[in-house]
Write a protein that binds this ligand. Structure first.
Ligand code: SF4
Length: 207
């Protein structure tokens, strides 16, 4: 029989009262998650719920995270876009990101720790040594994948942006003289066409 560990955890799933994992401020997505979703054939179902977060300050990094939506029961709070409030559960439970699979155990490169005090599953059930090892392996993998994602994303972002700029420059070069004139006109218009229409209407009324 398996030996028991001191880390006790059992997810309460739909009976959970705090939904701490679904409402935590950031739910990281890694490049590894994208690879797994691609291999499993779920990428296009999950991708609309993933956003690329650009740095807001020098300290921030480019990251991938789950999009959020306000809770119907408490619009002041938001949850992961895949949280099904009626069912009180995750809509992509079997393909959820690594950070959710590892939750609430985290690893910071030196030690394992609990990422939340609000998870009521902590202290519940009994975790065998094997299950503890599995939980640690997931936390370890999440730490590594987060690191490699933070490292690779700026380069990936830069490649995509460069490509887009190159394509739009190329498209501009290939414009016909007539289209280029139209484009110049649009770009040099001081007002929007709606404003233009409005002012024409008012001129008509004045007459
Ligand atoms: S907060 Fe904890 S117990 Fe509740 S659903 Fe999330 S992992 Fe399970």
């Amino acid at each position: 029989m398996s030996e028991k560990s001191k880390y006790n955890f059992k997810c309460l799933e739909q009976q959970c009262t705090t939904i701490a994992c679904h409402i935590r401020p950031t739910i990281d997505v890694t490049l590894g998650d994208l690879t797994r979703w691609t291999t499993q054939g779920y990428l296009m179902n999950i991708l609309p719920g993933v956003s690329l977060k650009l740095p807001e300050s020098e300290k921030d990094l480019i990251s991938l995270e789950m999009m959020r939506k306000p809770l119907k029961s408490d619009p002041e709070k938001s949850a992961c876009v895949f949280f099904n409030e009626e069912a009180n559960g995750c809509e992509i439970r079997y393909s959820r990101p690594l950070s959710c699979r590892a939750y609430p155990l985290e690893y910071n490169g030196e030690k394992y720790y609990l990422s939340s005090k609000d998870c009521p599953g902590v202290g519940q059930g009994e975790v065998s040594k094997e299950a503890l090892q599995e939980a640690r392996d997931l936390a370890d993998q999440a730490f590594k994948e987060r690191g490699s994602t933070y490292t690779a994303l700026p380069a990936v972002y830069s490649i995509i942006m460069t490509q887009m700029i190159r394509q739009s420059t190329e498209a501009m070069k290939n414009l016909s003289e007539e289209d280029r004139k139209k484009m110049d006109e649009i770009m040099s218009k001081p007002k929007s066409s709606e404003d233009e229409e409005e002012s024409t209407k008012s001129e008509d009324t004045e007459d």
